[in-house]
Design a protein around this ligand. Structure first.
Ligand code: GZL
Ligand code: ZN
Length: 356
């Protein structure tokens, strides 16, 4: 052996050097990404959160409410994942939480379908899942413990009833009204609910009154063009510009979140038109983030239907109740309001607390 080393010293030395270095520095080759299980001795409640992404101002406020609730001081270890608007990333995050044996999983599902398998894996691992913001449609609703969020259908209805009332006040209840809708992410509960709620009101507005002699129609025709704006400003602007190109006379735009509204307003300006109070185009928006409420206040948009992002504290309460072995509801609705020209100056009149 010694003979061999002497003869080949020039080849052996570097190998020895590298081996020694690896041992001393801890070899990067061997440590696969080991998910260290959270330190048990902190007896912190470990919560894995699978968030949709950071697509909107609303989403940032929503994330903040989660981070404010699940702090170390409150007794939690928060493992937060931003899925960048991809369901596959959310599913990966949930599987990572399961392998890390977290105590709870909190999920804001980007779209309602496609969750049965991974939620079954969480159930098999004995990890409760709490849904926040959006919903899932699963065959077996024991796959999640509870849900906290908004009544999206009600939000859509509120928008529809406001428009019906507004048209009456404008003396235009018998006019033809051309409406375009900028919809949010396809398959998302917010998109599904807001669309359903608004359409429920829109479909009964059709007064078709055919009179004899001098046939003329008393028409209240709503021409609904619904496009997918994905809840982002860029896409909202792009779709609004396309609609303005396509339609000479748009009377109302229903934009299913403020971020798309910011884009739509730019497109309307660039098309040489005006929006909002006394504008060519009436604007109905959703979310009522601060910048959206400001637009109501200055008349650039007509109303903003609030979607309350402050949901983290309610999910934290549910976890406390589950830790205490208390009964919990399957669904909790957060309080919300509609900001109009008439009430935008008023203080938050939203009653605190969730309704089960
Ligand atoms: C609504 C939420 C929606 C917001 C958008 O609860 O899911 O997603 O309306 C956000 O701003 O992108
Ligand atoms: Zn018109």
């Amino acid at each position: 052996m010694r003979q061999f080393i002497r003869k080949n010293i020039w080849a052996v030395a570097p190998v020895v050097f590298v081996l020694v270095a690896l041992v001393l520095l801890g070899s990067p080759l061997s440590s696969s990404k080991v998910q260290e299980t959270p330190a048990e001795d902190d007896n912190l409640i470990v919560v894995g959160v699978a968030q949709v992404g950071s697509e909107s101002v609303w989403r940032s406020a929503h994330t903040q409410s989660i981070q404010d609730a699940f702090t170390r001081e409150n007794g939690y270890m928060l493992i937060f994942d931003n899925a960048r608007q991809k369901q596959a990333n959310q599913i990966k995050a949930i599987r990572s939480f399961i392998s890390q044996q977290v105590d709870y999983i909190v999920l804001s599902p980007i779209e309602e379908s496609g969750w049965d398998t991974v939620l079954q894996e969480a159930k098999d691992a004995g990890i409760p899942v709490i849904l926040i913001d959006r919903k899932v449609s699963v065959d077996d609703d024991s796959l999640y413990a509870s849900w906290v969020g908004s009544d999206f259908v009600c939000e859509g209805q509120d928008a529809g009833y406001w428009l019906e009332d507004y048209m009456k006040k404008q003396g235009r209840e018998d006019d033809e009204v051309n409406i375009v809708v900028l919809k949010g992410t396809k398959g998302a509960s917010a998109t599904i609910g807001r669309t359903r709620g608004f359409n429920e009101v829109a479909k009964v507005q059709r007064n078709w009154n055919i009179l004899q002699q001098g046939l003329y129609f008393l028409i209240f025709v709503i021409i609904l063009q619904q496009v997918d704006g994905e809840f982002t400003t860029a896409k909202g602007k792009e779709e609004m510009a396309r609609l303005l190109d396509q339609y000479e006379d748009i009377d109302v735009v229903v934009s299913q979140n403020d971020d798309m509204t910011f884009g739509a307003l730019e497109a309307i300006r660039e098309a040489g038109k005006t929006a909002g109070v006394n504008g060519d185009i009436t604007v109905i928006s959703f979310d009522a983030v601060d910048a959206g409420v400001e637009l109501v206040r200055n008349g650039e948009i007509n109303i903003d239907v609030q979607c309350n992002p402050d949901q983290g504290k309610y999910v934290e309460q549910i976890i406390q109740d589950m830790e205490a072995g208390k009964e919990i509801e399957k669904a909790y609705y957060v309080p919300e309001r509609v900001y109009t020209q008439e009430n935008v100056g008023e203080e938050e009149n939203v009653t605190e607390g969730i309704s089960g």
